[in-house]
Design a binder for this molecule. Structure first.
Ligand SMILES: Nc1ncnc2c1ncn2[C@@H]1O[C@H](COP(=O)(O)OP(=O)(O)OP(=O)(O)O)[C@@H](O)[C@H]1O
Ligand SMILES: [Mg+2]
Length: 351
């Protein structure tokens, strides 16, 4: 499949804004996506993910700021002249065409012989593991198979950038997970840039090389999954990604005071009133008598490999995740437990 490995596919958004009437739905976005990256746009409904994709794909006019692909300014360039293809959430296959004809559809606009078209359709179907399905029609396929046809239909055109707008949104949870793994493998195989839109944080964390966390038309943080999870830049990102205990605190040069406890920790230049975030899996529970800080256990929820503990510490609701089978204090509802903050388990964030 070496032919599918295309160089390029660098996307550069600079001061990109978008208005619908007077409503500003994108507010001066700056972002560089490197060639061959699996990059996700993650954020709640209405934050501007689809709008960003539509600007890159050419389905919205660029009026404020710029979109460049491999250095070329895309202002005024129609979708079919961009080295980009889009896979939408509703994959809208032609119901009366066969799988092969659905995949071949875009090739009719290219200067491409019949034999060449047949070969490329075969390759694209092989990429999504649907060879043998050429003569079926969409209603004879499962939802996951239909989505793979939609992917093949885009890949057959050999774009440098593939835009994917919640492509797995219509599928059930189990099939979603299967296709997540397949999409990741497909990305490695074709080597092109994927820009993936999702509001599912777990999906974005497991699939992406890097991601942007968006909020009402702005990007709140860009980084690798580990960076945005372990080192959130602000309380929005800390709260949006995974479970987080967000606790009011006061910082000085050498640490923080949180829930009456002094903890020596890096403060990243933050001082005065601030927040600390502690991931539930990093909160340490010990025997009540062994600790200076105690909490009351409200609920204990068994979740397979982990136990999810809801507790109240100095009127503050908190959560902890404890690995089952590990040594630790008894976790009894309405019982007391000791709570410890380890220095590297806290992250200090500005107010
Ligand atoms: N054609 C339009 N006219 C007016 N407002 C629009 C239009 N398209 C989108 N919007 C608004 O722009 C904002 C961003 O929409 P967008 O579709 O980019 O959100 P999203 O992040 O993709 O959300 P979702 O996760 O629900 O798909 C929303 O407030 C939406 O209502
Ligand atoms: Mg959307």
């Amino acid at each position: 499949m070496a032919e599918h490995t295309v160089g390029g596919g660098r996307i550069e958004l600079a001061s990109l804004s978008k208005f619908y009437g007077t409503l500003k739905v994108l507010n001066s976005i700056d972002l560089v996506i490197e060639p061959g990256e699996f990059f996700s746009l993650l954020g709640p409904s209405g934050c501007g993910k689809t709008t960003t994709l539509r600007l890159i794909g050419g389905f919205e006019d660029i009026e404020h700021g710029s979109v460049r692909i491999d250095g070329a300014d895309m202002r005024g360039v129609p979708p079919e002249k961009r080295p980009v293809n889009t896979v939408f959430q509703s994959y809208a296959l032609f119901p009366h065409k066969t799988v092969a004809d659905n995949v071949a559809f875009g090739l009719r606009f290219l200067d491409c012989s019949k034999e060449e078209a047949k070969r490329r359709v075969g390759e694209a179907l092989e990429l999504v593991r649907l060879n043998g399905y050429e003569s079926r029609r969409p209603h004879q396929l499962s939802g996951g198979q239909q989505q793979r046809v939609a992917l093949a239909r885009s890949l057959v055109l050999r774009p440098k950038v593939l835009l994917l707008d919640e492509p797995l949104g219509a599928l059930d949870a189990k099939l979603r997970r299967v296709l997540q793994v397949e999409l990741r493998a497909l990305h490695r195989e074709v080597g092109i840039t994927f820009v993936y839109v999702t509001h599912d944080q777990e999906e974005a964390l497991t699939m992406s090389d890097r991601l942007a966390v968006m909020d009402s038309g702005v990007i709140r943080q860009v980084g690798s999954p580990r960076e945005v999870y372990d080192e959130p830049a602000n309380t929005y990102v800390a709260d949006f990604l995974g479970l987080a205990n967000l606790l009011p605190a006061v910082a000085d040069a050498s640490g923080v005071e949180v829930l009456g406890q002094r903890v020596q920790t890096a403060t990243n230049g933050v001082s005065g009133n601030c927040y600390v975030v502690v991931r539930p899996e990093r909160l340490r529970l010990v025997n009540a008598e062994a600790a200076t800080l105690q909490g009351r256990i409200d609920h204990v929820v068994f979740a397979g490999a982990l136990t999810h503990v809801h507790l109240t510490v100095r009127d503050q609701a908190m959560q902890a995740m404890v690995a089952n089978g590990a040594e630790g204090p008894a976790l009894v509802e309405d019982g007391e437990v000791g709570v410890e903050f380890l220095p590297d388990s806290l992250r200090v964030l500005p107010n």
